[in-house]
Design a protein around this ligand. Structure first.
Ligand code: GLY
Length: 563
């Protein structure tokens, strides 16, 4: 009996699971804050900390849970970025789990014989899907930084997939927008639709095939997805639907750890995503341009004008210079330099908008974008994770690989199919982000840490090309002493160089601001919907108290819990 009891304790201990001490060698978290886009994902993270996991194990659990309960935004068929900070040695890194173009991808794969872009080919179906990085990211995060085995940290996600959960209003609205493409693939329709239609509110979504794929990952690590039976099914199904995946593509996929982009704005240390995401560079460049203005003292029209002009110039550099750093040389030092920012700042007139056509390019309307997902985690010692994860458009490519439950991304659309033409977000680009075999497509995902003498904040949001401007507005609010609740609620406006228009949420601009901005040459357009779903947590260094907030535009939750 004694022996059985001792065995039971050993079985429960992380030493049994991992065979060695916790990889991150962190003291146990006693208090944790988690904010994510779905209450079940936030709960999954808390459950795993309750089992002895650290914040990195919690991040595995939240990522996997979101893949199940928010399949419109991210999933095993997608990728993303996990920004990590380890408190005991200050180590920071970004896990780049961005998808990669298949090895047989080519620069003109979405063009017709006349060299014109074939409508929707990079958005719908198997050809739009790049090789996923999410499963490899989960394994890497767990094995290198976690304390618990995947069997434990993936358990909540497996449970949600097996037993199901009630779908909400936001999910159904996004599903409605993608019903057409989901209906054309039986494996997709069988999971998400009911007789080809959007199911009723609060109906239960069960995903047994996805539960099995997650189990394979839990049991066999990366081989459970990138090799063996699941890989066979993925490749067979993609090939049958005229996609390009091969077994070699899956076997060769690797995540990469990269040094995060760092900057400073009015005494706030900024840590954010590095290429293959443009997020950190564009954010810091725009903040550098703004840093010499006293935004708090300027009138509200000038303030919005200056922010717009900074965004215009930083997004212009995005289009010119940014892409996968493993394939192209990015002038990172220059883009982050204060001298370079000062030069750009000197071209801003306080009383006049600069037309984007004076910089380069053409104009068009971007599509509305509210997909991808973000979560933020911090404990009372300052260990933290900011993760933004995506399958690109809502429900990605709409294509589920038969027998896997895995909904594939359509991130191939984040490449430039043809220089100067726009992708689904109205973003343009050139050679730096052209398609090449094995290359990562440029992203806008901007998981971010902010730190001053007193506090640390962790934040980020979904929202396509608007992600960077949303994070920038939150940083400015942080600089003006806002709370997590206020960062996630900031009324939003956006400019991305092309199209040359300030997009704004209803009620963000007063009639006087609209006419003031128009009078100095800005074009303005109200967005159809409010956008973004920011998730933020905060740690006070001295008191060790924690707070969190989840954007009311979404249906997520923020929790703080003692352990
Ligand atoms: N797929 C959206 C992004 O990576 O920015």
């Amino acid at each position: 009996m004694m022996l059985k009891h001792a065995c039971f304790i050993f079985f429960l201990s992380p030493l049994f699971w991992f065979g060695q001490a916790c990889a991150a060698e962190l003291p146990k978290s006693t208090k944790v804050a988690i904010a994510s886009a779905h209450p079940l994902a936030t709960q999954a993270g808390m459950e795993i900390v309750g089992k002895g996991g650290n914040v990195f194990d919690a991040a595995v659990a939240v990522s996997a849970a979101l893949a199940v309960v928010e399949p419109s935004g991210s999933g095993l068929g997608g990728g993303g970025y996990w920004l990590l900070h380890r408190a005991n040695d200050g180590f920071e890194t970004m896990i780049d789990g961005r998808e990669k173009a298949p090895l047989s991808a080519s620069i003109d794969m979405f063009l017709d014989k006349q060299g014109r872009v074939i409508s929707r080919l990079s958005l719908d179906g198997a050809l739009a899907a790049a090789i996923p990085g999410m499963p490899a990211g989960l394994v890497h995060l767990s094995e290198k930084y976690g304390c618990l085995p995947l069997k434990v940290s993936l358990a909540p996600a497996i449970r949600y997939a097996q037993t199901g959960f009630a779908v909400g209003d936001k999910y159904l609205k996004l599903l409605q927008s993608r019903t057409g493409i989901l209906k054309s693939y039986p494996a997709s329709a069988g999971i998400f639709l009911s007789n080809g239609k959007v199911p009723p509110l609060f109906s239960i979504l069960r995903q047994p095939d996805l539960a099995n794929t997650l189990k394979q990952l839990a049991d066999s690590g990366r081989e459970g997805f990138y090799d063996g039976a699941i890989a066979d099914k993925l490749v067979k199904s993609v090939k049958r639907a005229r996609g390009l995946w091969t077994k070699q593509d899956l076997k060769e996929y690797q995540v990469i750890e990269r040094a995060p982009i760092k900057g400073e704005y009015h005494g706030i240390k900024i840590t954010s995503s590095a290429p293959s995401s443009s997020g950190g560079l564009v954010l810091v460049e725009a903040l550098n341009i703004l840093s010499a203005f006293d935004l708090q003292k300027t009138d509200t029209v000038t303030r919005k004008h200056l922010i717009t002009e900074a965004l215009r110039r930083a997004y212009h550099d995005r289009a010119l210079y940014l892409g996968d750093a493993d394939f192209i040389d990015i002038p990172i030092e220059r883009l982050l330099s204060q001298d370079y920012a000062a030069g750009l700042r000197s071209t801003i007139r306080p009383d006049k908008a600069l037309p984007s056509s004076f910089l380069a390019g053409e104009m068009s309307d971007p599509s509305e974008g509210n997909h991808t997902t973000h979560f933020s985690i911090i404990d009372d010692q300052g260990n933290r994770v900011a993760a933004t994860l995506s399958i690109n458009a809502p429900f990605g490519s709409g294509f589920v690989a038969s027998g896997t439950g895995v909904l594939l991304n359509n991130e191939m659309d984040d490449f430039v199919s043809q220089a100067g033409t726009m992708n689904g977000y109205g973003l343009i680009g050139g050679a730096a982000n052209a398609i090449a075999p094995g290359k990562r497509m440029l992203s806008s995902m901007t998981p971010t840490f902010l730190e001053n003498d007193e506090v640390v904040a962790v934040l980020g949001t979904p929202g396509g090309s608007r992600i960077i401007s949303m994070v920038l507005l939150a940083v400015l609010d942080f600089a003006e002493n806002g709370s997590p609740e206020s960062w996630v609620s900031v009324p939003r406006f956006h400019h991305q160089f092309i199209p040359d228009v300030i997009e704004y949420e209803k009620y963000t601009l007063s009639p006087a601001e609209i006419s003031g901005l128009a009078s100095i040459g800005h074009q303005l357009k109200e967005t159809r919907n409010r956008y973004g779903d920011m998730q933020a947590v905060l740690w006070h260094k001295k008191t060790r108290s924690l707070k969190g907030a989840s954007d009311r535009r979404g249906s997520g939750s923020a929790l703080v819990k003692n352990f």
